[in-house]
Design a protein around this ligand. Structure first.
Ligand SMILES: O=C1O[C@H](COP(=O)(O)O)[C@@H](O)[C@H](O)[C@H]1O
Length: 245
């Protein structure tokens, strides 16, 4: 693995030779943060899963069994394989409208803030999640905050909704930017050559001054780490330096 600390305040960069290596590093990173280890041996037995609460930074408003459901993806890939407490898995109400689902989800989060399961940012009254893991689309979107969409400027709500996502399915709920930026840690995992230009625009902070959502992810009192594979990192200004290491 090549490690490269970005010097422009855009977070730490971890660039990997393969997606498998990236996965392992991300799992180790999460394990370090949770002071434990993850789902496969030896992780499965040593994680204190009872303390974990899982949320979705964004979700498509589809049935939980739908192929496009982020819940299904996480359940099939991890949650069904570890002894996490079922009522600590906070998925959205998939039988409501997008607007209602966002409102319900924010209500659940507010209850957990009130009972101090989730801490609160000292800077604003936003929930302060221990870790938010994001991907990034080739258009620079994160969670379901898309470029030039009004949801990107939503600063009052914690969870908002959209019904016109440029990427299907159209109806989604999403954490708002203030919530993303209130987290203690934000990890952005990006792979593939198709995202290399967006990675360059965001991390090297070049190009037109577009309101790229990923560029707006700057935790105010937290740490930002980018997990990239080499194809995704290949257009970075300093790529040649760390591709040799
Ligand atoms: O729709 C979504 O897309 C992004 C990532 O884009 P992709 O090109 O990797 O599919 C993801 O991070 C987001 O949470 C998701 O809902």
């Amino acid at each position: 693995m090549a490690l490269y600390g970005a010097d422009n305040g855009r977070g730490e960069l971890r660039i990997h030779d393969s997606i498998d290596e990236l996965r392992t590093d991300l799992a180790d990173y999460i394990a370090e943060l949770s002071d434990a280890r993850l789902c496969e041996a030896p992780y499965k037995k040593t994680v204190d899963w009872g303390k974990w609460h899982i949320f979705w930074a964004d979700e498509r408003v589809v049935a939980k069994s739908h192929a496009e459901s982020n819940y299904k993806l996480a359940k099939d890939g991890l949650l069904s394989k570890v002894p996490i407490i079922p009522n600590h898995i906070h998925s959205i109400n998939d039988s409501a409208s997008a607007e209602q689902a966002a409102e319900d989800y924010e209500f659940v989060i507010r209850q957990l803030v009130r009972t101090r399961v989730i801490s609160v940012s000292e800077i604003n009254d936003c929930p302060k999640f221990d870790l938010i893991i994001l991907g990034m689309g080739p258009d620079g979107h994160v969670a379901s905050l898309f470029p030039n969409h009004s949801a990107l400027n939503e600063n009052d709500e914690w969870v908002t909704f959209i019904t016109d996502s440029p990427k299907p399915p159209p109806e989604r709920i999403t954490f708002t930017m203030p919530v993303l930026n209130s987290a203690s840690n934000v990890a952005v995992a990006v792979t593939g050559i198709g995202k290399s230009e967006a990675v360059h625009l965001v991390i090297d902070n070049v190009g037109p001054n577009l309101p790229l959502p990923a560029r707006m992810v700057r935790p105010s009192n937290g740490k930002l780490v980018w997990f990239l594979d080499k194809p995704a990192a290949s257009e970075l200004d300093n790529f040649s330096q760390f591709s040799q290491s």
